[in-house]
Design a protein around this ligand. Sequence first.
Ligand SMILES: [Fe+2]
Ligand SMILES: [Fe+2]
Length: 211
Amino acid sequence: MEITTLDALFEHELKDIYDAEKRLTKALPKMAKKAETEELRGLFEEHLQVTNQQIQRLEQIFELIEVKPKAKPCAGMKGLVEEGEEIMGAEMEGDLRDLAIAGAARKVETYEITAYRSLQAMAELLGDQEVQDLIDETLREEEEAEQRLTAICDQLLQNASGEEEEEDEESIDEEDDEDLTMEDEEEEEEINEDEAVPAGPRTPGKQPGRK
Ligand SMILES: [Fe+2]
Ligand SMILES: [Fe+2]
């Protein structure tokens, strides 16, 4: 493969993201099915519709640059989808499962955002305003999806921290005990100094080298 012009590179990247979006239309229903939180499931269902519109938008761009729409296998998205499937297949429950699925989806969105930002930068140089506007619209949708996923992850993490509150309280108690012990030791040292205890082993039998 030889790419010698910016046009050619743009076309190459366009075919790549076209394939990525198509892969996602197959992955998103599976993710929605596995999600337990209503908000997360709803987001996946909604993003599937959004993704279909993004595919149409890409086809509009192909038309504008007079290139036949063709998907070039996107190795990046293939890997991210595989990774998502792997984590969805793990034995997990409730919030933890949703946190894992949302995390996989965030990786996907981040990939898409970067891909569209690169396309946008190239489109800017190539100077087609209509193409730029179409990319902008999709980019905003991807950024919004990523932000909503982040908010869901934060909520799920907050739930998880609430569940572990009891454990935290226990460790705080332990810390208090440690503080007390340290204070006691300090006090003891002060007393010893006052009494001017003569130097020398208190337990001679335990000193190294002696028997
Ligand atoms: Fe997308
Ligand atoms: Fe997306």
